[in-house]
Design a protein around this ligand. Sequence first.
Ligand code: GDP
Ligand code: MG
Length: 169
Amino acid sequence: MKKLFLTGRSEAGKTSLTQALKGETLHYVKTQYTNTSEDTIDSPGEYAESKHFSAGLACFSFEADVVALVQAADEPFNLFGANCQSFILRPMIGIITKIDSPYANIPMVTEWLHNAGCHRIFLVNNVTREGIQELLEYLNEDLPTLTLEEAEEKQRMGLNEWDPLPDGV
Ligand SMILES: Nc1nc2c(ncn2[C@@H]2O[C@H](COP(=O)(O)OP(=O)(O)O)[C@@H](O)[C@H]2O)c(=O)[nH]1
Ligand SMILES: [Mg+2]
């Protein structure tokens, strides 16, 4: 199972997502600190919202196999700049929560997450668990482990460890 790191503004639905992934019914918990001992690493929204703390997010990401930018479908503005993945040495996905919101604008949030560099985007409703199974299937596939030689070869080609090799190589 891939260890997932969640970041996004307060109220985006990160803590609810950890509960939906565990099959728990949603209950409100204020996220006071980053907890890395479980399969999902949750973080306080204040980290993503503050210029001073946001560098800490890159450090926490190194504890994870995959980083997820979490944005609610009804968020009024975008917190993440273009190409955020450039300083995170992990595959980065986007998770759009609250797809049931009457104010949802899924095409706009999808565009934000694509611009940030997410290579895959999942749509979820934490309340009804719609979309959670698809995310769990992605998380259940382990990342392939590379030998040192394979890792060095990918580095020479300018590829990330998790990128597929070009055709014919
Ligand atoms: N309708 C709806 N509400 C949600 C969803 N996910 C979370 N919420 C609600 O949004 C609020 C903030 O959720 P929370 O998980 O604490 O956000 P966090 O600050 O990112 O951890 C809570 O009242 C949740 O019940 C969702 O998919 N749909
Ligand atoms: Mg939280």
